[in-house]
Design a protein around this ligand. Structure first.
Ligand SMILES: Cc1ncc(COP(=O)(O)O)c(C=O)c1O
Length: 484
């Protein structure tokens, strides 16, 4: 089996060979609508599932099989999966180490669900997850198991710091994303998700995040990230700022849903300094960026800071649901049952998580993420030079974003062309119809986001970028933004 590329052909990864009934490979143009088997599933889904469903509207297919970076739909089309369960599938689909861990659990009749009662698997998971952190953090850390969504870990972290400090407010960042439960949603930047919900958690203050391509501070004559941290310093120290001292500040070291925006290291260091001086627990949300994705085990490690609290989910369960809060034991003053949840004891997730963590460490997948991320950036920069609509390419490791702009809009006050949501959506569609799954996000949904599994190879990155280039050109032509 081979895949056609711009320059010749390459053998496909053996992963595709486990699929039965393959009709089209990634890179081949296919019909995505009309009388397909997928369409039947989508129609039935629309009739029976909630109007709140989201991904099927942008990625209109039904899935049949998945292996490695590849997924196959019910019509036999194969796709590159650069969404990876929103970053949860670190080793790619159905990795053998994960399958083996789950099989062992089942074959030995191990308990599957244990609330927060301990087990040998749980003890090993705690040891493994703590071993991923810098020693300075791990030696003082404790772990709270949560209901299995990232949002529940965020809720737990809010309670943890509120109880420990006795304060009532929280601070979060413009563009931040922490989940869809009420507390987490209250700390979200995106207004689209919040506007219709009355009575969110009160007392959340928002601070500017160093989105340096379009700085929230405008042109103030110093580096935009310095301006952001100066402002944060003022808000937290000025006794006329109107902002009561928060129980905690929550931040993503690389904003994910907000558009793959990495915080500069110096900014993170300054944030840590300010929060330490003010006695404000710093919560790092590593739910999307954790476990090697950004080129280090955790994104906060790029800056060398030591946080007070880290929230984790997605990759730590090896594609099974699992979420934890890892925090400095000085904060461990909450009482029994202060945070609870039936599904805290998902042993399949812990077993799959142990296998995933070990594989990431043994195979240096964080280094692979860094290397493949650089290759992506180089190839994407080439595409930027050959096309008209790519404003910014950013991210860290395999957490990458491409901001789509309207080249015909002229330059706005921000010094940049306007964002172009419609074109971003069109590019996503053109990618989809060529067998490449990418997500969109960021402000005005103008950022195309790449979150492939950490096992991605150089050949796959090159092929993905060649498909992406074709998709950008096709979308530009369709939307007539290309003067050529
Ligand atoms: C940074 C971050 N925090 C929290 C969450 C919420 O996780 P979940 O969707 O599992 O509730 C997400 C989900 O994408 C995320 O990216």
């Amino acid at each position: 089996m081979s895949i056609r590329m711009e320059s010749g052909t390459v053998d496909t990864n053996r992963d595709i060979e486990v699929f039965s009934n393959v009709k089209q490979l990634p890179g081949e143009h296919r019909t995505t609508t009309g009388d397909t088997i997928s369409q039947g599933y989508l129609d039935r889904q629309a009739a029976s599932e909630s109007n709140a469903r989201s991904y099927p509207r942008k990625l209109p297919f039904a899935l049949a099989q998945a292996k490695g970076i590849y997924i196959k739909d019910v019509d036999g089309n194969v796709y590159y999966d650069c969404l990876s369960g929103a970053g949860a599938i670190a080793l790619g689909h159905n990795h053998t180490v994960v399958q083996d861990a789950i099989r062992t659990e089942l074959d030995n009749n191990l308990p599957m669900l244990t609330l927060d009662i301990t087990t040998p698997i749980k003890e090993e998971f705690v040891k493994e997850i703590l071993s991923c952190f810098p020693e300075e953090f791990a030696k003082n850390a404790k772990v709270q198991f949560c209901g299995p969504s990232g949002a529940d870990a965020v809720e737990a972290a809010i309670k943890l710091v509120k109880i420990a400090t006795g304060r009532r407010s929280m601070a979060a960042f413009h563009g931040g994303y922490h989940g869809m439960t009420h507390g987490a949603l209250s700390m979200m930047g995106n207004l689209g998700s919040k506007n219709l919900i009355p009575g969110l958690m009160s007392d959340v203050h928002f601070l500017p995040f160093p989105y340096n391509y379009r700085s929230p501070m405008g042109d103030v004559g110093v580096d935009p990230d310095v301006a952001c941290s100066n402002y944060i310093d003022t808000v937290l120290t000025d006794d006329e700022s109107g902002v009561t001292k928060p129980a905690g500040i929550i931040v993503e070291a690389v904003q994910g849903e907000g558009g793959k925006i990495p915080a500069p290291d110096a900014w993170m260091v300054r944030l840590r300094k300010i929060t330490k001086e003010q006695g404000i627990p710093l919560i790092i949300d590593e739910i999307q960026s954790g476990l090697g994705r950004t080129g280090k085990m955790f994104a906060f490690e790029h800056s060398g800071i030591i946080p007070d609290v880290v929230v984790l989910s997605k990759a730590i369960g090896g594609a099974q649901p699992l979420a934890v809060v890892v925090y400095n034991k000085e904060l461990d003053v909450w009482g029994p049952g202060a945070h609870a949840g039936t599904f805290r004891g998902n042993q399949l997730g812990m077993a799959a998580g142990i296998a995933t963590i070990k594989f990431i460490k043994e195979n240096k997948l964080a280094d692979n993420a860094a290397k493949m991320g650089e290759l992506f950036k180089t190839l994407l920069s080439g595409i930027q030079a050959d096309t008209k609509c790519i404003g910014d390419i950013r991210g860290r490791g395999l957490m990458l974003g491409v901001e789509i702009v309207n080249p015909l809009s002229g330059i706005l006050q921000s010094g940049k062309p306007e964002r172009f949501e419609k074109l971003a959506r069109r590019i996503q569609f053109e990618c989809f119809s060529r067998g490449l799954i990418i997500e969109i996000g960021g402000r005005q949904s103008s950022v195309l986001r790449f979150l492939p599994p950490l096992i991605i190879t150089e050949e796959q990155v090159k092929h993905i970028c060649s498909i992406f280039k074709e998709a950008v050109i096709a979308a530009e032509d369709t939307m007539m933004v290309s003067p050529n």
